[in-house]
Design a protein. Structure first.
Length: 432
């Protein structure tokens, strides 16, 4: 076949190698005019990279490029558009696949799930949005192996197959600058469940109506978590099927929101046939989290500095605030994702936040929301991370937590959330 790979970042490179390895003629289509392609690949680069794609037999889009961006330039090619995830699910040698989505918590829950399966003696592969395309390891998978996929709405927007176990965490408005509206965002998530059969399992967050709505699609057996018969919290214990896993105080992950992630993972592996309490317990009591997710950077002069740069929505900033009992200096702001900050401002005003440092182009909008909520302890954080951290240090007192949990995207001041978190870590480590 003639195959077009649209977008040549990490995922696109793996897709290109995969289809090239199958003997197809591969053309790399990318907006960078000076991109240097590997030997053996054709190219279509620059401003016209999305044009004239109808000539290809298959169009493999990278997750970050919306299907409508391709369709706007090429009529009648919808049936030709696929993704790495679609191709993986179609060709995967095992049916033991767990797909996990939600607005936040996907990476943590996927990692917990994979670690629990591994601790119970299963061979496990972890991929998707968490960093590596599943096409990268498809040739190594055996029929009895398990695959755990973290899946974003970008990857799910045109999904045509569903995994054996599908999990939906909390869902709130997100990526509305990529999706046309909230309904489009929910529809993308729903694709994870839409092709499930009666032999499959659909796991949803019992306390989130949108999560339940998303999991209602398809014919999979519907199963809540954070409520029986899935894993739930009872008397400060995580419980499933009448068995206590551990006390919530024994979780290595910080914050009540991680009770949800732990319960989701326990429910998923229980449905995968793993009832090894010791293996499950060993994971939830030792795994302390992924980078840039409520990660302790340093304690200095009695002040703890936490990096929660991955939290890019008001909802994630709210749960970060609620994860600490200590007085807080919180860093808020960044680039716009179309979100409202009113609820976040109410949480800040009701919590023991001593100061809010406002940064980025959303600072004025967040300030208005804080003023409306009756919170006046805000000031400008600064125009670069070094100044932001210095300001935080100046206003912090012994016993405080300085919390980088901006509630916003990062693209006005930083390359991405990782760059923002790395710069925060570096600036904190340089404090003398």
């Amino acid at each position: 076949m003639q195959v077009a790979i649209v977008g040549f970042a990490t995922e696109g490179k793996v897709s290109a190698e995969y289809f090239h390895g199958l003997g197809h003629t591969v053309t790399i289509c990318d907006q960078k005019p000076d991109l240097v392609a590997p030997q053996g690949f054709e190219t279509q680069l620059g401003d016209t990279y999305l044009k004239n794609l109808a000539r290809f037999d298959l169009i493999v889009r990278t997750a970050g490029i919306p299907p409508h961006a391709i369709l706007e330039h090429n009529s009648g090619v919808e049936v030709k558009i696929t993704t790495a995830v679609n191709e993986f699910l179609a060709a995967c040698p095992t049916k033991n696949v767990v797909g996990i989505t939600g607005t936040k918590g996907k990476g943590t829950t996927s990692t917990l799930t994979a670690k629990m399966l591994k601790a119970a003696g299963r061979k496990v592969w972890l991929g998707g949005n968490i960093g590596n395309s599943p096409l990268e390891f498809i040739d190594q998978i055996q029929p009895d192996d398990w695959v755990v996929l973290e899946l974003s709405s970008f990857q799910l927007s045109d999904l045509r197959l569903s995994p054996h176990i599908a999990v939906c965490l909390m869902v709130v408005p997100e990526h509305l600058n990529w999706h046309t509206d909230m309904a489009d965002y929910v529809a993308a998530k729903s694709n994870l469940f839409a092709r499930q059969t009666h032999d499959d399992v659909a796991v949803y967050f019992a306390e989130n109506a949108t999560s339940q709505e998303i999991a209602s699609h398809g014919d999979g057996k519907k199963l809540p978590f954070f409520a029986a018969p899935g894993a739930y919290v009872d008397n400060n214990q995580i419980v499933i099927d009448g068995e206590a896993i551990c006390a919530t105080s024994d979780l290595a992950l910080r914050g009540r929101h991680n009770w949800q992630n732990a319960c989701a993972a326990v429910t998923a592996v229980w449905q995968a046939g793993v009832h090894d309490l010791a293996a499950i317990r060993s994971v939830v009591t030792t795994f302390s989290g992924l980078e840039h997710r409520l990660e302790l950077v340093r304690t200095m002069d009695g002040v703890q500095y936490y990096d929660d740069s991955f939290g890019t929505t008001p909802e994630t900033a709210m749960v970060a605030v609620q994860a600490f009992d200590q007085p807080k200096i919180i860093i808020l702001g960044g680039s716009d994702k179309g979100a409202s900050y009113d609820q976040l401002a109410e949480v800040v005003s009701r919590s023991n936040v001593r100061k809010a440092l406002l940064i980025g182009n959303q600072a004025p909008k967040i300030q208005l929301a804080l003023e409306k909520a009756g919170f006046a302890e805000f000031l400008s954080g600064g125009n670069n991370m070094e100044d932001i951290v210095k300001t935080a240090r100046q206003v912090a007192q012994p016993g405080d937590v300085v919390l980088l949990s901006t509630g916003c995207a990062s693209f006005d001041m930083f390359a991405d959330y990782k760059d923002r978190g790395n710069q925060f870590t570096a600036a904190v480590q340089m404090l003398a």
